[in-house]
Design a protein around this ligand. Structure first.
Ligand SMILES: C[S@@+](CC[C@H](N)C(=O)[O-])C[C@H]1O[C@@H](n2cnc3c(N)ncnc32)[C@H](O)[C@@H]1O
Length: 303
């Protein structure tokens, strides 16, 4: 069995990766390979054998390579996320098919879609504020591409505070957003040690909580809920259990806590949110879910 998988992948590597009409076949092959890993005591040996065959592809210049090698020392750094937003394909024609395959996957599309989801959310809040300024806390802001595009094109009554623990991400995002420096500021900090000093109309965090255990997820949520301004929202992205590309993520040792909508709601309630203030949305691929926690607006009393 392993020999067949090795032979299949060797041939594919030799002929420059999956062509555009072979993506479904590749999806089926990786699923079949992982089926063979179930209850397989030689699981790590099998994975190592395939990674060895794929070694010419696993270089920093490709999506699979950057994901697997983690040049910054951790999975999901700002660079690979920005490559998703930019629909990056290596300039090396011998490897480009691999990147086209990655970028065509539902997970890659979901990353790009979450940028639009964020923008729509911000537009709604900006609109209901009727020109009044609103402030957004963007936790784990990464490349800042989403914020940059909104600053460039979106309503002008939105200001951002962006927080990330990686100084390279902060440097990249602040350079990208430099022409809008009056509406965006950056904080280099570990959110797990950060205590917001004020309330925000929107607290947004995508691509962070799916790296956390349930315990850490709830711990942070419990700390953030009191910082949602009346009428505001806290929105947390988390990859869903139905991510069809989860085998490739595992293959690249990019480990996420995939969660269902029900799990997200349960975590929110266990972290102190009231059930009636909690809902779950998703982007068009259904791969990136979004946990919404609303803080009801204060209604003026009758007297
Ligand atoms: C997957 S990226 C998400 C980027 C961005 N939110 C987006 O969706 O485009 C994750 C980012 O989280 C940051 N990060 C990870 N753990 C963090 C922590 N404990 N505190 C602050 N930032 C963190 C990383 O440095 C990285 O830039």
């Amino acid at each position: 069995m392993l020999a067949q998988h090795v032979a299949f992948l060797e041939k594919l590597v030799q002929r420059g990766g999956p062509q555009d009409d072979e993506h479904l076949k590749m999806d089926a092959w990786i699923a079949d390979f992982y089926d063979g890993l179930h209850h397989n005591e030689a699981k790590e040996v099998w994975l190592d054998a395939l990674r060895k065959v794929l070694r010419p592809v696993l270089i920093p210049g490709t999506m699979h390579g950057w994901a697997y090698l983690k040049p910054y020392g951790y999975a999901g750094d700002f660079e690979i996320i920005d490559r998703h937003y930019l629909n990056y394909v290596t300039a090396d024609p011998a490897l480009a098919a691999w990147d086209r395959y990655w970028q065509a996957g539902a997970a890659a599309k979901a990353v790009r879609n979450r940028k639009s989801y964020f923008h729509q959310l911000l537009e709604q809040h900006a609109h209901s504020a009727r020109g009044k300024g609103i402030t957004v806390l963007n936790i784990a802001s990464g490349p800042g591409r989403d914020v940059y595009e909104f600053l460039h094109r979106g309503p002008k009554n939105v200001c951002f505070e962006c927080l990330d623990q990686d100084s390279r991400a902060v440097e990249h995002a602040s350079t990208l957003c430099r022409e809008h420096s009056q509406r965006v500021s950056f904080i280099e900090a570990n959110v797990l040690k950060y205590h917001p000093a004020r309330c925000y109309d929107v607290i947004w965090s995508a691509g962070l909580f799916d790296y956390f255990s349930d315990r850490t997820f709830k711990l942070l949520l419990r700390r953030l809920i009191p910082s949602i301004a009346p009428g505001g929202q806290l929105v947390i992205g988390n990859f869903s259990e139905s991510n069809p590309n989860h085998h490739w993520l595992h293959f690249c040792e990019w480990h996420l806590h995939h969660r269902s909508g029900e799990q997200l709601v349960r975590l929110a309630v266990e972290a102190g949110a009231r059930r009636e203030n909690v809902s779950v949305g998703k982007e068009p691929e259904g791969v990136n879910l979004f946990l919404h926690i609303n803080q009801p607006a204060i209604t003026p009393s009758a007297d």
